[in-house]
Design a protein around this ligand. Structure first.
Ligand code: NAP
Length: 287
């Protein structure tokens, strides 16, 4: 039996084991996917273990997405350009760092019929999720991207580093104030929440990052928050007549891309999606 899993700290709320194991079982792959709580100091030794023949690879989550880069033998183009990885593949004892959040975001949108090319996008937040989202929007040739962050300097740094990556599209940072946000959203076709606002168990649970008056029917609204699946932002967006897409779709698509890198087998998306939905229902019942 092979091993695979997710490393993070803390890690007990990750639902990846539930939908990844469902996919391994569906495809008849003899492997077990588990959660591993790994501290900063334990990370190098753990990644050395992943080189062993019985390991397919691992997912990497907070807080190790940047620190893990140091221990890789090879990095994908995506990882080199955004400076963070979420997947490690053990390719015959060579550790390859990959980032499937970019593809996960794009596939989530495209699977719901939103064509990203030509989008006029507003992205809220400037952390890890925002970096993957902005890189994805660049790859898919959005018309322009406005990054809105409460820490303007962080948004500016994100824009500067990703602008070096490619000339298109235009990416700018603006302050998080009502007037600036309202103006940006009036012209936008896509709104992405890449902050934890609305996340169950977080400091802004039950809240939406924007006021309802800013939402309109020409918008597609994507919320990276996946727990709950139907966030206050998505609820307001639907009431405003906008198209809504849940972060759960991105979570499952990034997992599906990782599954394919580890196994070389097509991921069973429907099975993974159903298992992820069921896992979140179970999570709700336990808190
Ligand atoms: P992160 O690196 O910590 O970045 C969070 C960003 O949100 C920062 O820009 C932070 O601003 C901003 N922020 C936090 N609280 C805020 C508030 N109350 N008001 C305004 N801005 C606020 O986190 P991350 O890894 O990007 O994750 C962000 C969210 O996306 C989380 O809920 C995470 O679960 C979700 N996510 C989902 C997926 C998926 O597959 N669906 C993948 C990755 C992440 P400061 O810099 O000022 O602190």
């Amino acid at each position: 039996m092979k091993h695979v899993g997710v490393l993070g700290y803390p890690i007990k709320h990750s639902i990846s084991p539930l939908f990844q194991q469902a996919a391994l079982d569906e495809r008849g792959i003899d492997a077990r996917y588990e959660r591993f709580e790994v501290s900063d100091s334990e990370l190098p030794a753990f990644l050395e273990t992943v080189r062993n023949d019985e390991w397919l690879g691992v997912n990497i989550t907070i807080p190790h997405k940047e620190a893990a880069l140091t221990y890789m033998d090879q990095l994908s183009t995506e990882v080199r350009s955004i400076g963070a990885l979420n997947t490690v593949v053990n390719d015959r004892s060579v550790l390859v760092g990959a980032n499937t959040d970019i593809g996960g975001f794009l596939n989530a949108l495209e699977s719901q019929g939103h064509s990203v090319g030509g989008s006029r996008a507003v992205v809220l937040g400037s952390g890890g999720a925002a970096r993957a989202v902005v890189a994805g929007l660049q790859d898919a040739e959005a018309e322009f991207v406005v990054v809105v962050s409460r820490t303007f300097g962080r948004a500016q740094a994100l824009v500067t580093s990703l602008t070096r990556r490619g000339a298109r599209p235009v990416v700018v940072a603006v302050d998080w104030d009502e007037a600036g946000l309202r103006t940006a959203l009036r012209q936008a076709t896509l709104l992405v929440n890449a902050t934890p606002i609305g996340m169950r168990g977080g400091g802004a649970e039950g809240k939406s990052p924007v006021s309802t008056g800013m939402l309109h029917r020409e918008l597609t609204v994507f919320d990276a928050v996946y727990n709950p699946t139907y966030t206050p932002l998505l609820r307001d967006a639907r009431e405003a007549g906008a198209t809504t897409i849940s972060g759960l779709d991105m979570l499952v698509y990034q997992g599906a891309e990782a599954f394919e890198l580890w196994t070389g087998v097509e991921a069973p998306i429907e099975t993974m999606m159903a298992a992820a939905r069921e896992a979140l229902e179970g999570w709700k019942a336990h808190v």
